[in-house]
Design a protein around this ligand. Structure first.
Ligand code: AMP
Ligand code: ZN
Length: 138
């Protein structure tokens, strides 16, 4: 269902123009309007999901199946050396468009893409406890 005033609902439906790479019943694949690197691509579900927490698991499965094909085509045609796949959920995580989308960011030697965090230190006891708590909901 379309959400009023959602830019990606409008793009998904073709009501706002985008550079469409591919589309099927469930997804539209477009080039990002402000690319981090050459070929920066977004996979957008046609149905409105705000983020991963809102998303249907079956659509999520189909999304990643499509992502493998898109990634391979980008690599083949653009000759990128690697790729970051990024998906932001929530303001705190850097999400700016609140309609789920998957970023595919091809990487090239000398590019200006910066996706890095500061490695922390694991506490083994805490990890075990967290694993048992989180694992039971899956
Ligand atoms: P995020 O910060 O993960 O929510 O990413 C939003 C992305 O959408 C950014 O990389 C924007 O450049 C991109 N974007 C915003 N508006 C458009 C648009 N009209 N067409 C294509 N990409 C867009
Ligand atoms: Zn939407």
């Amino acid at each position: 269902m379309q959400k009023e005033d959602c830019i990606f609902c409008k793009i998904a439906k073709g009501e706002i123009p985008s550079t469409t790479v591919y589309e099927n019943e469930d997804f539209r694949v477009i080039f990002d309007i402000a690319p981090a690197s050459k070929g920066h691509t977004l996979i957008i579900p046609k149905q409105h999901y705000a983020d991963i927490f809102d998303m249907d698991a079956q659509i999520g499965g189909r999304l990643f199946s499509l992502a493998t094909a898109v990634a391979k085509s980008l690599k083949k045609e653009l000759n990128c050396e690697g790729m970051n796949i990024v998906q932001n959920n929530g303001l705190i995580a850097g999400q700016t468009v609140f309609h789920f989308h998957l970023h595919l960011i091809p990487r090239y030697t000398g590019d200006t893409v910066n996706i890095k965090w500061n490695p922390g230190e694991a506490n083994q006891e805490e990890l075990k406890e967290l694993a048992s708590i989180v694992g039971k909901n899956i």
